[in-house]
Design a protein around this ligand. Structure first.
Ligand SMILES: C[S@@+](CC[C@H](N)C(=O)[O-])C[C@H]1O[C@@H](n2cnc3c(N)ncnc32)[C@H](O)[C@@H]1O
Length: 218
C-alpha cells in the first residue's frame, strides 16, 4: 500500500494501470455493463469543462484526499487533481477505471459505492458526478459516502436536474434503453443527506443541480 494511502484505504483493490481484462463488475452489484462497453469512447462523448463549476462547489483548493465516487474514466478527477493533495477514483467498472489510470492523476479502486473499502472519516472532499441516478442503492451509497467523509469535510452530489424538461426526456430515453436509472429531485437527495445530519444547500444552473453537504466539525 502506498504511504499516502495509509489510514484511507482499508483494502487496496486496484491501483495498477494494467488492470486485468474481463468485466470488472462486482458480484451482487446489479449494474448494467453499458459503462464497460462505453469506456474507451466515454471522454470523447462527454467532455468536461476546463474549469468545471464543481471545483467551486467543492470549495477547492483543499488539503488531504478527495474521493471521486463512481468517478468512471477520471474525467472530473483529472480537472480536480491540482487542487487537492491526492485523488482516489472509485468505480464499479474496470474498463472505466483503466481509462482513469491512464491519465496518471489519481489512484483507482474497483468497488461499489454501496460498500466502500475506505476508513471512517478519511476524506476531506467527496464528489459523486452524474452517477447518483445509476446507483443500485442510492441511500446505502450516500450513507457510506457520509461515513468516510471527514468531520468538517464536504460532499457534493452533481446530477442532471430532473425538474428541467430536457432532463425528463433523457430520463425517459434511459428507461426505454433499459438503463435502470432513477433520477431524483434535488429535494429528495437533500432529504437523504439531512437525515444523516448534513447541512445541505441545493444549487442549480441550467440543467445541472448540486447538493452541497457539509459535515459538522467534530
Ligand atoms: C455516467 S458515468 C459518470 C462517471 C463520472 N462520474 C463522470 O462524471 O464522468 C456513471 C458511472 O457510475 C458507475 N457506477 C454505477 N453504479 C455504481 C456503483 N454502485 N458503485 C460504483 N460505481 C458505479 C459506472 O460504472 C459509471 O462509471
Amino acid at each position: 500500500m502506498c504511504r499516502a494511502c495509509e489510514g484511507v484505504l482499508s483494502v487496496v483493490l486496484v491501483s495498477d494501470p494494467s488492470l486485468g481484462g474481463g468485466s470488472g463488475r462486482l458480484t451482487g452489484v446489479p449494474l448494467p455493463d453499458l459503462f464497460d462497453l462505453l469506456a474507451p469512447l466515454y471522454d470523447r462523448m462527454i467532455r468536461a469543462d476546463d474549469e468545471p463549476p464543481l471545483l467551486q462547489h467543492l470549495d477547492l483548493p483543499a488539503g488531504g484526499w478527495l474521493l471521486d465516487a463512481a468517478g468512471g474514466t477520471g474525467r472530473m478527477a483529472e480537472r480536480i487533481a491540482g487542487a487537492v493533495d491526492h485523488v482516489l477514483v472509485l468505480d464499479a467498472s474496470h474498463p472505466m477505471l483503466r481509462q482513469a489510470m491512464s491519465k496518471g492523476c489519481c489512484l483507482a479502486v474497483v468497488a461499489a459505492t454501496e460498500r466502500l473499502p475506505l476508513a471512517d472519516g478519511s476524506l476531506r472532499r467527496i464528489c459523486l458526478v452524474d452517477a447518483y441516478h445509476h446507483l443500485a442503492d442510492r441511500e446505502m451509497s450516500v450513507r457510506e459516502l457520509w461515513r468516510v467523509l471527514a468531520p468538517g469535510g464536504r460532499l457534493v452530489i452533481e446530477e442532471p436536474d430532473i425538474d428541467r424538461l430536457a432532463v425528463k426526456i433523457v430520463a425517459i430515453m434511459e428507461k426505454v434503453a433499459l438503463m435502470r436509472s432513477h433520477f431524483a429531485h434535488g429535494e429528495a437527495i437533500a432529504l437523504v443527506l439531512n437525515r444523516l445530519g448534513a447541512q445541505v444547500e441545493l444549487r442549480r444552473d441550467g440543467h445541472t443541480l448540486w447538493a452541497v453537504a457539509d459535515k459538522p466539525a467534530a
